[in-house]
Design a protein around this ligand. Structure first.
Ligand code: NAP
Ligand code: MN
Length: 263
């Protein structure tokens, strides 16, 4: 078995990396590793996921929020023991994907958090179809299409709902949708079951947009169509069963000074 470590370079992250290398009996390799440890926050995790989409991920949290980084760097011995004894729990985290038809090319972009389609400074105009049926003509800055695990990231800043990770659905949120007597958008986060397919075609002659997939961005010229799907592929992530979803939400988004209900 081969393992790789994607790490931040701060003091604690480097210490964790050294500990893992010293205490794991497997081969350290960046060539198609079976296991990837990420040490840092979500940014470190997302970057590694895009580099090694087939690996099993162990996220060790030394950074900021660390939604994907389940394991605490203070209990590395326990983590190593659970790997050796094969007692860890894994989850398949679904990806959202955009199949982009532009010029004479077709390209697929996958994301664990979200795909965004943005046009600035020109107004983005997209005709949106859900399962082939006309839904709306979106006008505005852009749209964000997120997974449940990505719902606490960009989606949340856009007023989207936080989804429990067990829900098999993806969510579309608007960025500055234009609403007036002439134009209207749904103007609410739209949560669709994972079975749905959303197709977008440019509604204007201006066909340049930028697309982001997690922390990567791409310029798309001569766009003719984007097809959005959910759950066609997965990232395998080891999770600490003792870390509760709602505890993490509370720890991340409420201040420590918040009073408890108990008077
Ligand atoms: P970043 O600028 O460091 O990310 C912004 C923040 O989002 C960081 O605090 C990051 O946590 C956190 N984050 C990432 N994934 C999360 C998740 N699933 N749940 C809760 N928080 C999450 O950039 P980055 O670290 O490379 O991450 C890329 C992500 O940034 C994108 O996928 C997008 O979701 C997010 N983003 C947000 C906005 C916005 O809210 N306006 C704009 C652009 C991008 P760490 O500190 O642990 O890295
Ligand atoms: Mn970050």
């Amino acid at each position: 078995m081969k393992f790789y470590i994607a790490s931040k370079t701060d003091f604690y992250s480097k210490k964790v990396k050294k500990y893992l290398i010293d205490n794991l009996d497997y081969e350290f390799s960046n060539d198609d590793p079976d296991i990837v440890f990420t040490i840092g926050g979500d940014g470190t995790f997302l970057k590694a996921v895009h580099k090694y989409p087939n690996a099993l991920f162990f996220g060790i949290h030394t950074g900021h929020l660390g939604f994907y980084s389940n394991f605490n760097y203070k209990n590395l011995a326990g983590l190593i023991a659970s790997i050796k004894n094969n007692t860890f729990t894994t989850l398949n985290m679904p990806l959202v994907s955009a199949t982009v038809y532009a010029g004479d090319k077709k390209e697929i972009y996958n994301a664990l958090n979200e795909i965004t389609l943005i046009s600035s400074p020109r107004t983005l105009i997209l005709d949106m179809y859900i399962n082939g049926k006309e839904f709306e003509e979106f006008r505005g800055t852009g749209i964000c299409v997120s997974t449940p695990t990505g719902s606490t990231a960009y989606n949340k800043s856009l007023g989207g709902a936080i989804l429990d990770h067990d829900i098999d659905a993806f969510q579309i949120t608007e960025m500055a949708g234009i609403n007036s007597r002439f134009y209207e958008t749904i103007s609410a986060p739209l949560v669709l079951s994972g079975k749905n397919t959303v197709t977008l075609t440019p509604g204007s002659l201006y066909k340049s947009i930028s697309l982001t997939a997690d922390n990567a961005s791409y310029s798309i010229e001569k766009l003719s169509k984007v097809v959005l799907n959910y759950g066609k592929s997965f990232v395998r992530v080891a999770v600490d069963p003792n870390v509760d979803f709602l505890d993490r939400i509370k720890r991340s988004f409420f201040h420590n000074t918040r009073k408890s209900f108990k008077k």
